[in-house]
Ligand binder design. Structure first.
Ligand code: NZQ
Ligand code: ZN
Length: 385
């Protein structure tokens, strides 16, 4: 196992009716900015629950954060923050609203000239406004982690800082019942691939991390499809297990003390930044290709994945790995995902554009051993055709 330091101080309130805890989580004298997206929270009762919880607080609102939050939109919140002396942000939505709120929180206290430097120059974020979260879409893990991904002019880039880790997060599985099948699928597959990016590397005898990861993968394989089936889609236990899996997938726990990959995500971000394809759908296309192209480097863990997650015991080691990759693709398809570039109407002629983006963003040595150089990324994209 590798050395590590681990902490995650986000307090979680899990379960039906827990939005009411917002009332006691946010300090009484705080001036709160409630931040949300395109309005789904107004149709599913979440907005009303938040308003009720904040009835004794001074609060304002900022809406319109789009999926893959846009820098220009996020910067519009700064005027409101100054005007009303806002000192607490409450993000109510999915990963985009939470990520967007993290950027708003950091930009509000940023001393440099241009807050975009936080992302392009990876300027250290020393301070940010405190953030609370009411999560409505289980997927990204953003509700308890230190990451955020922001898009500007087709460039989709991440930043990380402990200063933007939410202070608390409300996870009420009931609020996920209004999600479309597409968003449920996106969430399940995004969480699945977060686990894979921290698991499918090389063996460092991190048995605790491996078995946590395998348990989470199996939970998503079991519960994900149930959330799409008419007879089980409104089952709150199914939704609860998906929601908790997605948070656990990227809260730092399973990734502590083990190598991490993230090449699937970095290549996927270029697909979203360039063509606007949903985040999870890009990952479902890239991961199978990564498994094939990096099969030798990942061999031990691929075999462990085949045997422990998919219970494949028959055949040679190579046949077991082949079978595991096929079963992964079949799972993504069951979840309604594309698994090849042509499934989203892209062809070989798009690969040069994506390669230029990877290069301009410095994504030239990705993966657990920095072995995913530009030629390897090209191979991965070609494999995905
Ligand atoms: O904007 P509203 O109207 O709320 O609608 C949203 C949006 O259209 C809708 N939605 C959310 N909750 C709903 C709902 N509709 C009905 N009922 C509900 N309960 O769903 C749509 C998609 O929302 P979005 O927040 O974009 O989805 P997701 O949670 O998948 O977030 C994706 C973003 O997170 C980033 C991605 O790159 C992408 O920008 N990620 C953030 C990470 C992190 N911070 O650690 C890690 C991830 O790998 C990922 O990169
Ligand atoms: Zn993701």
């Amino acid at each position: 196992m590798l050395n590590f330091s681990f902490e995650n101080q986000t307090r979680i309130h899990f379960g039906e009716g827990q939005i009411s805890t917002v009332a006691s989580e946010i300090p009484a004298g705080a001036k709160v900015l409630v931040i949300y997206g395109g309005g789904s929270i107004k149709n599913n009762g979440v907005y009303d629950q938040v308003v009720n919880a904040l009835k004794d607080h001074a609060w304002f609102e900022f809406s319109g954060i789009e999926p893959n939050p846009n820098y220009d939109t996020l910067m519009k919140a700064q005027a409101l923050i100054k005007q009303h002396d806002i000192d607490y942000l409450l993000a109510v939505g999915g990963g985009s609203v939470v990520d967007g709120s993290k950027f708003i929180a950091a930009a509000a206290l940023y001393n440099g000239d241009d807050p975009w430097d936080i992302i392009t120059d990876q300027q250290k974020v020393e301070a940010a406004l405190p953030i609370g979260v009411v999560l409505t879409l289980p997927a990204t893990g953003s509700e308890t982690n230190i990451g955020s991904v922001v898009t500007r002019d087709g460039h989709k880039l991440p930043f990380m800082s402990p200063a933007v880790r939410p202070q608390f997060a409300v996870l009420d599985p009931a609020v996920t019942l209004s999600l479309s099948d597409r968003q449920i699928s996106n969430g399940v597959v995004d969480a699945f691939i977060h686990i894979m990016e921290q698991y499918l590397t090389f063996d460092v005898k991190g048995k605790v991390q491996d078995r946590f990861a395998e348990g989470l993968l199996q939970t998503l394989i079991e519960e994900g499809p149930k959330a799409l089936l008419a007879e089980s889609k409104n089952d709150l236990e199914v939704r609860a297990n998906i929601m908790w899996s997605a948070t656990m997938a990227l809260n730092g726990l399973i990734g502590a003390g083990v190598p991490q990959d993230w090449s699937t995500h970095m290549i996927g971000h270029e697909l979203t930044g360039t063509y606007g394809i949903d985040h999870a759908r890009t990952l479902a296309i890239v991961l199978p290709a990564v498994m094939k192209v990096r099969r030798d480097a990942k061999r031990t863990k691929l075999l462990q994945y085949a045997q422990r997650v998919w219970h494949i015991k028959e055949g040679s080691e190579d046949q077991q790995i082949d079978q595991a990759i096929k079963m992964t693709e079949a799972f993504f398809q069951t979840m309604g995902m594309p698994i090849r570039l042509p499934d989203v109407e892209l062809t070989a002629s798009d690969i040069d554009t994506l390669m230029a983006k990877l290069e301009s963003h410095g994504m030239v040595a990705l993966g657990e051993k920095q072995e995913v150089t530009l030629p390897v990324s090209r191979q991965i994209l070609e494999q995905a055709l």
